[in-house]
Design a protein around this ligand. Structure first.
Ligand SMILES: CC(=O)N[C@H](C=O)[C@@H](O)[C@H](O)[C@H](O)COP(=O)(O)O
Length: 237
């Protein structure tokens, strides 16, 4: 995948994340159904898909032909991060045809005792110039990943580490700061729930955004409606 062509194709655009892991309503043991979500995403005009698991990378590439940002969610003992934590997941994602590999680049503990900086270097030594997206939770981690030579920084983990604030909305401030200071594309990702928030996130200056659950997680969407109705009812009582 040509790096600049990919960057051009996603600039100012929304990438749609189509993910269902075990335990989620759209996770089917026998076969993935997320390629249908990806079909809808493509029909809506998205330029790339973000997805988790090897089988979903394969199915979504076959269905859409779009560039895929792939990751594997797996919790190993001793690792605080769960997004593509080891070389095994990187190897598997590349073999499956992932155009970009997304990985946890927070500064949390890794079970192999390495720093994320060492891990990034090992990936470069083994796989050369592949496209890497760093999923980070704060400014320091974003700058660190950029300096380690990743290709894209994403705000994915903001609010999901125990040292970042649990906002109920996108972390616009982090997007703004990273977009201003980091010299590679920054992707605003996480908790973009409405079209208005998507526009506002892009206005922070990020290169593009990823929207996931608000489009592809029906339980999350339904629960948001239910909670709003419940809250309104409580207010009236
Ligand atoms: C924290 C974590 O594990 N995030 C995952 C990363 O790939 C996904 O579960 C999210 O859906 C994705 O980041 C998009 O975010 P949102 O679904 O909020 O639009």
């Amino acid at each position: 995948m040509d790096k600049n062509a990919f960057f051009d194709s996603i600039r100012g655009q929304m990438i749609i994340s189509c993910q269902a892991v075990k335990g989620e309503p759209l996770y089917e043991e026998e076969r993935s159904v997320m390629y249908l979500m990806a079909r809808a995403a493509k029909m809506a005009g998205t330029s790339a898909i973000r997805t988790s698991s090897i089988r979903d990378v394969e199915a979504i590439k076959a269905e859409t032909g779009l560039p895929v940002i792939g990751l594997v969610k797996i919790q190993y003992p001793g690792y605080e991060g769960y997004i593509t934590p080891t070389m095994k997941e990187v190897d598997d994602l590349l073999a499956a045809g992932s155009d970009v590999v997304a990985l946890d680049c927070t500064l949390r503990k890794r079970g192999d005792g390495k720093t994320v900086n060492q891990f990034i270097q090992e990936i470069r030594d083994r796989h050369g110039d592949i496209l890497l997206m760093a999923d980070i939770s704060n400014y320091e981690e974003g700058v660190n990943a950029w300096k380690c030579g990743v290709d894209i920084v994403g705000t994915t983990m903001s609010g999901y580490t125990d040292y970042t604030p649990r906002l109920d909305e996108p972390d616009y401030e982090l997007m703004r700061r990273l977009a201003a200071d980091v010299d590679i594309p920054v992707i605003g990702e996480g908790k973009i729930h409405t079209p208005e928030q998507a526009v506002k996130a892009l206005e922070t200056g990020v290169w593009s955004i990823v929207v996931g659950g608000a489009i592809t997680r029906p339980l999350e969407i339904a629960t948001r409606f239910m909670s709003a109705i419940e809250a309104a009812r409580g207010g009236r009582a």
